[in-house]
Design a binder for this molecule. Sequence first.
Ligand code: NAD
Ligand code: WQD
Length: 336
Amino acid sequence: MDGAILVTGGAGYIGSHIVVALAQAGHTPIVLDDFSNSALDVMPRLEALGGRPIPLIVADVRDMVALRRTFHDHPIAGVVHCAGLKSVGEGEERPLAYWDVNVGGTIALAEIMGEAGVARLVFSSSATVYGQPDVLPVPETAPLRPQSVYGRTKRTAEDFLRDLTRANPNWRIAILRYFNPAGAHPSARIGEAPTARPQNLVPLLCRIAAGEAPQLAIYGSDWPTSDGTGVRDYLHVQDLAEGHVAALGFLSENAGAVTLNLGMGRGSSVLEVVHAFERACGRRIARVFAARRPGDVARYYADPSAANRLLGWRASRDLATICADAWRWQQAGGRY
Ligand code: NAD
Ligand code: WQD
């Protein structure tokens, strides 16, 4: 594809892996980030892994003046929009910020893309838009019943993007619903670096194995699953990043909007993840059973067949690889 790919939130966990995957696939990525949840130190690592200089715009994605300047200064052919706020718990306390950044940011970006005549957009959505699923594996046609402020902002941003495309079919938009991204780049140069106490399972396991957190509280032992613990579809962040490269390729051939699940297509229980992590790090993970976490569901995993078929993409790295790569990143410091 001619032209550069703007990655909003490109300094963050998922965005950084997308930037490297784009560079390695021969694209010219540009990062736009306000560093509200990431560190400037990631940039030289992205350039080293990507093997090229990576232009950086330090800006808020809601800043239309900065966006306009960015599209004016760079020959942008497409956008991967990862910038957003993603903590389910924080969203309940700060709904204004979550609606403003996640929905307002997407509207501002689309407006400036429209002005600049850039039609290709890949949007970071989440399986959280489904809420409690009725059928497994979850297809894209499942009802959307998000249980959190965060999930409702993602559903609304999705609706907005589909509305745009209905009104103007020149848009080329891939809405990607990620299941549970985990792991890190195998180089251990980039990975998930939560600034606050981690809340997701795999980063927590990293901290516990490294002695930086005491023990895992397993949220529920009586879920209707094979071992009583919650089941999720963990996919390697490298597979996820490659899915974005594939989606951009798909959009260069296809107009309109497409909504796709990105997941492995099978679930792992909390205990299965704990055991896989213990094998990867060679240490025992201290754990206790605790009450269920409000808002959690028993189990969900993706039906990724549409992404497999349309993008020619498949998540291939297994749970052992996810844990090994996450642990290597933790051992390298796990921070920027
Ligand atoms: P992250 O916080 O690591 O990355 C987000 C990046 O966006 C950060 O670098 C942050 O500084 C930047 N950012 C935040 N607000 C901004 C703003 N107003 N302007 C410019 N930059 C801003 O999160 P992540 O895990 O990499 O998630 C990326 C995207 O994927 C988010 O949209 C998130 O909702 C979505 N997602 C994440 C997960 C997950 O489990 N990590 C799952 C599903 C969907
Ligand atoms: C995984 C499993 C927990 C922590 C979240 C967001 C979702 C998406 C991905 C952004 C569950 C259990 C966890 C702990 C535990 N993000 N667990 N003890 O909740 O599936 O999804 O991240 O879009 O929107 O909701 O991921 O990693 O928090 O939990 O037992 O200390 O681990 O109950 O079964 P979740 P998670």
